[in-house]
Design a protein. Structure first.
Length: 133
């Protein structure tokens, strides 16, 4: 579902951002959360040597979902808080991608997860660049 029209109809308070970039960011976060969930499930099948990767992927799911939910309520959002949350999400995405890249030759899910995390970080950076008060 394209949430752009819904987001454009919401009062933004004093915040301003590129709604197309917001849509792309939300879609990328959702794809990242799904890829990380699938990767975590795949990691469990490989045993204890994948525990760190599984944990990072599981944390990535939680972080992406929390950030998405917060972004969908911009009217009451403080710009500094939103940027801090997005920065934390990007930091988690970079860590998850780095860990998954180490296993990409062993598990295709890790390769997909790393790519999804990288895309999410890129889309978050683009959205943050468009944010003004």
């Amino acid at each position: 579902m394209d949430t752009t029209m819904m987001m454009k109809s919401m009062p933004m308070g004093e915040m301003s951002m590129d709604m197309d970039a917001m849509q792309e960011c939300l879609q990328s976060m959702n794809a990242c959360a799904m890829a990380a969930a699938m990767c975590a499930g795949s990691d469990m099948m490989h045993g204890a040597e994948m525990a760190k990767c599984c944990a990072l992927c599981s944390n990535m799911v939680e972080m992406a979902q929390a950030t998405m939910h917060m972004m969908m309520r911009p009217a009451g959002m403080d710009m500094d808080v939103m940027k801090a949350m997005m920065t934390a999400c990007m930091t988690m995405g970079k860590a998850c991608a780095a860990e998954c890249r180490m296993h990409a030759d062993m598990d295709e899910m890790c390769r997909y997860c790393a790519m999804a995390c990288d895309d999410m970080v890129m889309k978050c950076e683009a959205l943050m660049a468009s944010m003004t008060v």
